[in-house]
Design a protein. Structure first.
Length: 483
């Protein structure tokens, strides 16, 4: 094991594109968590507000208003990290953007427009509390959900194009014509977009639910906390089985369209029938150690038949095989394993609700529920490792190598260090500011919070505010100990 780890480290440090890949990977790994909230958090907030307006539920309205403040913080931080990524695309990968900028610039431009519109309506939604009629305010939040989904579709379409390039004509190394529709809706777009959107709803839902699971574990069993747990957990729980099914579909798509990536994911070393499914294990010198093989199961998963032929790593020269297949395979196992765990957790609560019509409050359930958000983040990050490392050594599959696209600059390790410091600061802000807000909410009553001038305007406007049942609770014991 020690020899393997040392060899892997030497291999990574010896590869020229690694500093650039490390910087891009760290930037994307951080931003994608915020992107999940940009895609899905508005739907969670609006669900709480819908319950509050429809049922006259003060606790639900209080949750919606507080969550909208957290949403504003995360959108602001996400705007910073997203801007960094846009610069990195050109600075770190001039070979990609110089040759194919006219192609993938289209989905990236659309994503920028959709994010711009999303940010506008976030401002409208925040400012609209107590200024708009209840349902008008709720409808003002709907564009946030729509533009979040369209933004996700756009940016994932760019990544999908790198996996399934289409819609362009290349002559003498230069793009001479582009079909934007074919670029945007390439073969991978439907699969990757569905997978990413479902992941976003799972990450957001389980992370928010985990906060309130901790409150429930600490004995805060009022409606505020039960609802704060139930709303996001239900949304994530609905996405979980859909994600499991989507993952199965995508695996077969990859087996057909990127068979070498699939071979690395599943340790298929040689093209064969009756290919076994490996659980765990470390690949060293063409042999799998410490893994468990299920005979013929990989062939069954690919073609529903044990005799289905599965393409192996030996189908391409060693130079065209993905690096670090052990990392790819174990990341794939982690993603699938956590996905099944979250599916089981959601099914457990669904079964309890079916028979008892209430949230399950035992420690046996709440403890794994409290860590479900972190688990969902780990699964999502592992999935992106599979997607990006599995495509190597290609940056555009079978068209452009990473080594041909990377910057020749020798200063990337310095910018990598700067980016890591920046993301450490942004992480502290993303976690620290909501924690500070949470402590203030525990000290204040909802009535005191309602009277705050920032960010909801001057006090004189509050004299004309609508009644508490429409705009949010003026006082509620449920909200005094919010997590």
């Amino acid at each position: 094991m020690g020899v393997f780890a040392m060899g892997a480290a030497v291999h990574i440090l010896a590869v020229n594109p690694v500093p650039a890949r490390s910087q891009m990977g760290s930037s994307l790994g951080f931003h994608i968590i915020l992107a999940c909230f940009g895609i899905a958090f508005a739907a969670v907030v609006m669900t709480a507000e819908w319950i509050g307006i429809k049922r006259g539920d003060a606790a639900a309205l209080l949750l919606a208003r507080r969550w909208s403040k957290v949403m504003a913080v995360l959108v602001a931080v996400g705007a910073v990290s997203g801007t960094v990524l846009s610069y990195e695309m050109g600075l770190l990968w001039p070979g990609l953007m110089g040759r194919f900028g006219a192609v993938i610039g289209f989905p990236f431009s659309l994503e920028g427009i959709f994010f711009f519109l999303e940010a506008i309506f976030v401002g409208v939604y925040l400012y609209g509390w107590q200024r708009l009629p209840p349902w008008a305010h709720w409808w003002s939040g709907l564009p946030i959900v729509v533009f979040g989904l369209l933004g996700a579709l756009s940016v994932v379409a760019a990544n999908s194009w790198m996996n399934s390039p289409a819609g362009y004509t290349l002559s003498h190394g230069k793009v001479t014509s582009v079909d934007p529709v074919s670029v945007f809706f390439n073969a991978s777009t439907p699969y990757e977009t569905a997978h990413m959107v479902l992941a976003a709803y799972m990450v957001t839902g389980f992370l928010v639910a985990g906060v309130y699971a901790m409150g429930l574990l600490r004995g805060r069993r009022d409606r505020y906390h039960r609802l704060g747990f139930a709303i996001p957990f239900t949304i994530a729980g609905i996405a979980a089985p859909l994600q499991v099914m989507m993952g199965d579909i995508i695996a077969r798509f990859i087996a057909t369209n990127q068979p070498v990536k699939f071979a690395a994911m599943e340790y298929v070393l040689t093209t064969q029938r009756d290919a076994p499914e490996w659980l765990g294990g470390i690949l060293i010198n063409g042999k799998v150690y410490l893994g468990a093989a299920i005979p013929a199961f990989d062939s069954i998963l690919v073609g529903f038949n044990p005799h289905t032929q599965v393409i192996g790593l030996d189908s391409v020269p060693a130079a065209q095989q993905p690096p670090l297949p052990t990392l790819i395979h174990l990341s794939f196992d982690v993603m699938v394993g956590i996905g099944m765990f979250l599916f089981a957790l959601a099914a457990w609560q669904a079964w309890w609700w079916w028979f008892h019509r209430r949230v399950l409050l035992t420690a046996w359930f709440l403890v794994p529920a409290a860590v479900s958000g972190v688990a969902a983040v780990v699964a999502m990050e592992a999935g992106w490792v599979v997607t990006e490392v599995g495509r190597q050594p290609w940056i555009v599959y079978k068209v452009l190598l990473v080594s041909q696209a990377v910057t020749p600059s020798s200063g990337v390790p310095v910018t990598l260090g700067v980016m890591l410091v920046l993301y450490a600061i942004l992480t502290a802000i993303s976690i620290g500011v909501p924690m500070i807000m949470s402590r203030r909410w525990r000290r204040e009553t909802p009535a005191e919070e309602d009277a705050e001038q920032v960010p909801y305007g001057p006090l004189h406007a509050r004299s004309r505010a609508r009644p508490a049942t429409a705009a949010g609770p003026r006082s509620s014991a449920d909200g005094t100990d919010a997590p």
